[in-house]
Ligand binder design. Structure first.
Ligand code: AMP
Length: 178
C-alpha cells in the first residue's frame, strides 16, 4: 500500500517566528504506516549511494537516520547542536531559515579520512544546516556523496546552495514544496 506522506505533514504558520511556514512532521512519527513508508524511502536512497557512514543531523534527522543505519548495517555519526557532544569536537557556525546564528558539532573521531558519507535530515530549507554539516564532514577528510531529505522547500533555494558549493554532491528529496 502506498502512503501519501504529504497528508501526514502539518503546516504551522508563523512558527517559530512570524512569516515561517513550519512543516511539522510529528504526525508521520505518530502513524506507523507513514513512518515506515518514510524509512523505506530513505533506505532505498541510502542503498543506491552505498556510503561508508550515515551522518544524521540533530534532531529530526536522527529519527529517520537511526532505523536506516540499523536496517542497512551502516555506521551512524551524529551532527549535534553545540554543547552536547563530549570533546574532542569540531564546530561550525551557520544560519538556518528561522535562526540567525547556530552551531553544530561532530566528534573529531566520528569519521575517518577517505570515507564516503551521506547526510540525512528531515527537511531542506535554506541549506545553511546542510552546508555546515558537509563542511564538518569534509574537515574530517571525507566526501559527502549525497544529502538526503524527506522534505524540500524549493522556494528557499537550499538545493542550489549545496550544489553551487559542491557540484558532485547529490541532493535528494522525497516531497518537494514549490
Ligand atoms: P536550513 O538550514 O534553512 O535548510 O534549515 C533546515 C533545518 O531547520 C532542518 O534541520 C529543519 O528541521 C529545520 N527547518 C528549517 N525550516 C523549517 C520549516 N519551515 N519547517 C520545519 N523545519 C524547518
Amino acid at each position: 500500500m502506498s502512503v501519501d506522506l504529504r497528508g501526514w505533514i502539518r503546516d504551522v504558520p508563523d512558527h517559530p517566528k512570524p512569516g515561517i511556514q513550519f512543516k511539522d512532521l510529528t504526525p508521520i512519527f505518530a502513524e506507523p504506516a507513514a513512518f515506515r513508508a518514510a524509512i523505506n524511502w530513505f533506505d532505498d536512497q541510502v542503498l543506491k549511494r552505498d556510503p561508508d557512514v550515515i551522518a544524521a543531523i540533530d534532531a529530526r534527522g536522527f529519527v529517520f537516520a537511526s532505523p536506516v543505519a540499523d536496517r542497512l548495517g551502516i555506521p551512524l555519526a551524529l551532527v549535534r547542536k553545540s554543547g552536547k557532544l563530549p570533546p574532542p569536537v569540531i564546530r561550525n557556525q551557520y544560519s538556518l531559515e528561522y535562526e540567525d546564528l547556530s552551531a553544530i558539532e561532530m566528534r573529531s573521531d566520528a569519521l575517518s579520512k577517505g570515507q564516503r558519507i551521506v547526510i540525512i535530515d528531515d527537511l531542506l530549507a535554506t541549506g545553511g544546516t546542510a552546508v555546515a554539516a558537509a563542511e564538518l564532514a569534509e574537515e574530517l577528510g571525507t566526501y559527502v556523496v549525497a544529502q538526503i531529505f524527506l522534505v524540500e522547500l524549493a522556494y528557499l533555494d537550499g538545493r542550489e546552495r549545496i550544489t553551487n558549493r559542491d557540484p558532485d554532491c547529490e541532493v535528494v528529496a522525497h516531497i518537494v514544496y514549490d
